[in-house]
Structure formats: structure tokens, C-alpha cells
Ligand binder design. Structure first.
Ligand code: SF4
Ligand code: SF4
Length: 276
């Protein structure tokens, strides 16, 4: 099973829930931290890291001797990554998505594709957990190729800690999952962004359920949305100072609330049932 743990906004406790679930399950699994712009699952799972692999995207290289500055590549690049400066054409590498269209349209075969490093995939182990995370190069905007690389890692059970939001990195992380666990909080912002994430899951054809974090006992705003959308609320985590204190010391949700382990395991059984 591939289980994506996602949220429409940052700061909902998504990573805490994903890590607490992985620790509670205590069985062989693959954990993918796809939040490559702010990876922090390693702080909770504390894996021993043992390898790193550079991630590249295709990148055009212009042979100045062959190029006659016809401007076709500038005109056809949908990302504005090629610019013309008089008789020269220049690549803005940070805008390039590596699609290769410029090479295809060049009438003088002046363009060849090479590789541009965009980040690193790290891997390690934490007990029975095979752990992978990504690191985006400083100043680099393309996180999706690193997420794709991390998602090549397989296993019978895969938990994906997705980037927050509903933009390309989040969509790439959730796509292809068997189930998406959407972590939210009972606030207007939480409700708004959960609505967006439910829409993303629908469009991707990924069934989803909700965890309400920092529940104060009055979760009407989220209950109302989930009722209208026909999405199950699978678990509630109470708003408790102990959790913040545990996080401040680098502790996990399970260390703050040991009793929550059974709830996490029950929720996982519910997810397995919903996936059948
Ligand atoms: S590879 Fe694609 S994105 Fe990059 S410069 Fe060429 S056309 Fe533009
Ligand atoms: S399409 Fe080819 S020849 Fe024309 S400007 Fe681009 S690199 Fe130069």
C-alpha cells in the first residue's frame, strides 16, 4: 500500500502524524520524505543515513559555433528559459524544465542535452524503516524531479510525507497513492486548504480521509466540510501543550501522548479497509 500523508497548508502536524504512524506500526516499510524544500521527518525518525545520490534534470547546451541565432528555441520554449541577446542565445538554467523542445526545433542541431544537478536524495534506516529524503540545491526552484526520484523507491508499505499545499510538488507526491491521509486543523485556514486538497485527491482519483489535529472539541468547521464532501474523519488529536513541549525537545507525538498509539493503529486498519 502507498499511503500519502498530505495537507493543504503547512504547520498542520502532517509530518508528526506520518512519523508517529510509522513508529507505531513498527514493521518493515519505506518512508519517503518528499517535502524536499523543508525535509524534517528525519528529526522524528532519527535514521542512520548511509548514502546520497545526486539528482539531475536534462539541460540544453548550445554549440555557439553551430548556432546562427535564428531564435527558434527562444520562441518555442514555454518556460522563458532561452533569451536572445543580439547575435547570441543564452540559457537561464534555473527556468529550464528540461523538456528538450529547444533541441527538437533547432534547425542547425546546435543544441545537445546534458545533465544539471538540482539536488540530492539521501537514504538511511531507522529500525525496520527504509528512509529516503531529498535536499533541493540552494537557489534551485525545481523540486519535482527530486520527488520523482524519491518516489522510485518501492516497498509493500510506503508512507509518503508530502510537501504542504496544493501545487505541483504536492500533486506529484500524492499521485499514484492508494490513499491520502489529509491532516488539518479546525480553523478557517485549515478548512479552506483542506477543501483544496480534497479537490486535488478527487482529480487524481486517490481516495482520502481526514485527521483533525489540535482538536479543541469543537471541530464543526471541518465536520461540516467532510460531511458535505463525503470524506471520513479517521482520527482526532487533541490540542495539548504536552505535544508542543515534546516537539521543542525533538520528541514525537507518541512520546507526548503514548495513548495515541492504539488510535493510530486503529486508523491504519480503517485505511486498509477503505482501500480494499
Ligand atoms: S529544455 Fe525545454 S525548458 Fe529548457 S530551455 Fe529547452 S525548451 Fe526551454
Ligand atoms: S534554434 Fe538553434 S540555431 Fe536557432 S538560436 Fe536556438 S540554438 Fe541557435
Amino acid at each position: 500500500m502507498i499511503l500519502a500523508v498530505a495537507s493543504g497548508k503547512g504547520g498542520t502536524g502532517k509530518t508528526s502524524v506520518a512519523c508517529a504512524l510509522a513508529i507505531a506500526l513498527d514493521r518493515p516499510m519505506t518512508f519517503l520524505d518528499c517535502d524536499v524544500e523543508g525535509a524534517n521527518a528525519h528529526l522524528f525518525l532519527r535514521p542512520a543515513m548511509h548514502s546520497r545520490e545526486e539528482v539531475f534534470v536534462p539541460c540544453p547546451m548550445i554549440d555557439a559555433d553551430r548556432c546562427d541565432a535564428c531564435g527558434r528555441c527562444v520562441k518555442e520554449c514555454q518556460f522563458g528559459a532561452m533569451i536572445q541577446l543580439g547575435k547570441k542565445v543564452k540559457l537561464m538554467a534555473n527556468l529550464c524544465h528540461g523538456c528538450g523542445v529547444c533541441r527538437l526545433v533547432c534547425p542547425r542541431t546546435a543544441i545537445t542535452m546534458t545533465g544539471r544537478p538540482v539536488g540530492i536524495m539521501h537514504s538511511g534506516t531507522a529500525g525496520p524503516i527504509r528512509f529516503y529524503c531529498g535536499e533541493l540545491r540552494t537557489g534551485e526552484a525545481l523540486s519535482v524531479p527530486i520527488i520523482r526520484k524519491i518516489k522510485e523507491q518501492r516497498g509493500d508499505l510506503v508512507i509518503i510525507d508530502c510537501p504542504p499545499g496544493t501545487s505541483c510538488p504536492a500533486v506529484e507526491s500524492v499521485e499514484g497513492s492508494d490513499f491520502a491521509l489529509l491532516v488539518t486543523e479546525p480553523t478557517p485556514f485549515g478548512e479552506h486548504d483542506l477543501r483544496g486538497m480534497i479537490t486535488v485527491c478527487r482529480r487524481l482519483g486517490v481516495p482520502c480521509g481526514v485527521v483533525i489535529n489540535r482538536s479543541s472539541g469543537d471541530d464543526a468547521i471541518i465536520e461540516s466540510l467532510c460531511g458535505a464532501e463525503g470524506v471520513s474523519i479517521l482520527m482526532r488529536i487533541p490540542f495539548d501543550r504536552k505535544v508542543a513541549e515534546a516537539y521543542a525537545k525533538g520528541g514525537t507525538l507518541l512520546e507526548a501522548m503514548p495513548g495515541i498509539k492504539d488510535q493510530l493503529l486503529d486508523m491504519f486498519l480503517d485505511i486498509e479497509r477503505l482501500c480494499r
